[in-house]
Design a binder for this molecule. Structure first.
Ligand code: NAD
Length: 488
């Protein structure tokens, strides 16, 4: 039996004992996960420095703080999330107990990506633990140092319930042959299709957190200086290797030079004149990606940057001007520090261009006009829409994070992670009395019975409203009593 098979079998065996069901167990595991990131902070920081040349503070800001917040939220809200959820009833079921009971799915496979390896691997794990599942964690082999640190997880979490399987494509493929109750995959859409194919074999549901090209429209009426500061940050953080980074800019030809000028100022301000020797500017993950990204700019005009060093996987913050839709850089997600500018004649053309492509993971619009923003919202579709900023929607646990169409399926963060990895079970508990009411559903189906069925089934009963009305009536009765008894 392979190591992967063994890990899955063992996770299933312990899941079936019911060990992960009590909320106290889940909370303990969540707290242990927090202890892992606190106690192993140094190892995590060192690994990310080696893998992606991330600075210590950037690791805290972009990997650890968000994860800590998700753990804290899950610990404090777990009882509420896991509780039965009452629903609106109809007259036929008015005396029944009707509710939704979230329950664990079983064994979840979490396949992580390398760009924010701690966040994208352990945040889904927060959801899996909170929902009471067992989970097999497969960190990305591409960030080898971080994957090694993840191997320490079983020292903190229940090692049978949450095994970590490291390795590359063969190991992931071996895992994908096993039967899971949910697969949560983060990565590119080509592998996403393989994951979905493997999952289909067992009818396993999937969450696919994919990527793609996220457009960024700059309206000429906006404060271009501020817009460019926010875009420069969103694009070049983690050396452009962010799934929701603005992939390309759309703007009118009349502002292209101003945009280039402003971005240049920001690059200098954020990363100095020499980003290569600046400690807070990252590196491309490996030479394969370095070569891929450099090949993308071959047929375009470099307006800023372009300097590179293959031996260090360094590519300077780069802007390309007058890029055409046929250029190589527009044929795939860039996932690197290259920012092409495509000129369009206004909002209408920008919307048309966006709609002619796959639905993006994020769509950015910079404008001082609410009308422009609202038009972008109503006439396009994307995983998320952010006006006048970049990336920050990721920080709000109450917003479902995920794509649509080619950019992904399913979502997570906060309660969405819990729901995504739970089965929302419908429960209806009836008593064996009041059989008379059921008479109308038993044959023969007469017109009279149909008339009653329409009344009983089509009338929704909002119990909360009834309860409020009953409370008001009781208060009114009490007030009448007090007035009559004491104040007359
Ligand atoms: P990657 O190369 O690390 O692959 C991800 C996982 O897939 C790894 O664990 C790897 O073992 C596995 N894998 C790779 N090839 C496989 C194969 N042939 N069969 C089975 N498994 C295989 O990461 P990546 O795909 O380069 O990650 C970058 C992509 O992920 C980008 O497209 C980015 O936009 C996207 N991404 C999305 C999100 C999100 O939250 N939506 C977050 C981060 C990254």
């Amino acid at each position: 039996m392979s190591r992967e098979q063994l890990a899955v079998q063992q996770a299933r065996r312990v899941f079936l004992t019911g060990r992960s069901k009590p909320l106290e167990y889940r909370i303990k595991q969540l707290k242990n996960l927090k202890r892992f990131i606190t106690e192993r902070q140094k190892e995590i920081v060192d690994a990310l420095r080696k893998d992606l040349y991330k600075s210590e503070n950037a690791t805290h800001l972009y990997e650890i703080v968000g994860l800590e917040g998700e753990i804290n939220l899950a610990v404090s809200k777990l009882a509420e999330w896991a509780a039965p959820r009452p629903v609106t009833k109809n007259l036929l079921t008015i005396s029944d107990e009707v509710y939704i009971q979230p329950e664990p799915l079983g064994v979840v496979l979490i396949i992580g990506a390398w760009n924010y390896p701690i966040a994208v691997t352990l945040q889904p794990l927060v959801g899996a633990i909170a929902a009471g599942n067992a989970a097999v964690v497969k960190p990305s082999e591409v960030c080898s140092h971080t994957a090694k640190v993840m191997e320490l997880l079983p020292l903190y979490l229940d090692p049978e319930m949450y095994p970590v399987v490291t390795g590359g494509v063969p190991e992931t493929q071996e895992l994908l042959k096993q039967r899971f109750d949910h697969i949560f995959y983060t990565g590119n859409s080509t592998v996403g299709k393989l994951v979905m194919e493997a999952a289909a074999h067992h009818l396993t549901p999937v969450t696919l957190e994919l990527g793609g090209k996220s457009p960024c429209y700059i309206d000429k009426t906006c404060d271009i200086r501020i817009a460019c500061r926010r875009i420069t940050w969103g694009k070049y953080v983690n050396c452009g290797q962010t799934c929701i980074a603005p992939d390309y800019i759309l703007c009118e030809p009349s502002i292209q030079d101003i945009v280039i000028d402003e971005i240049q100022k920001c690059i200098k301000e954020f990363y100095t004149d020499d980003p290569k020797s600046f400690a807070d500017y990252g590196r491309i993950i490996n030479q394969r990606h370095f070569k891929r990204i450099m090949a993308l700019i071959e047929d375009s005009t470099v307006a800023i940057g372009g300097e590179n060093d293959e031996s260090e996987c360094y590519i300077a913050p780069t802007v390309l001007r007058d890029v055409t839709l046929e250029s190589k850089v527009m044929q795939e997600e860039i996932f690197g520090p290259i920012l092409p500018i495509i000129t369009v004649n206004g909002l209408k053309e920008a919307i048309q261009l966006i709609n002619e492509r796959e639905k993006p993971l994020a769509l950015y619009v910079f404008s001082s006009s609410n009308k422009v923003i609202k038009q972008m919202i109503s006439e396009t579709s994307s995983g998320a829409l952010i006006a006048n900023d970049c990336l920050v929607h990721f920080t709000i646990s109450d917003l479902p994070f995920g794509g649509v169409g080619n950019s992904g399926t399913g979502c997570y963060h906060g309660k969405y992670s819990f729901d995504q990895l739970s089965h929302l079970r419908s429960c209806l508990i009836k008593k064996l009395n009041m059989e008379l009411v059921n008479q109308m559903r038993y044959p023969p189906h007469t017109s009279e019975k149909l008339r009653w069925a329409r009344i009983l089934l089509l009338k929704q009963v909002n119990l909360a409203r009834w309860r409020r009305m009953a409370q008001v009536a009781m208060l009114a009765a009490l007030a009448t009593f007090v007035v009559q008894r004491f104040l007359r």
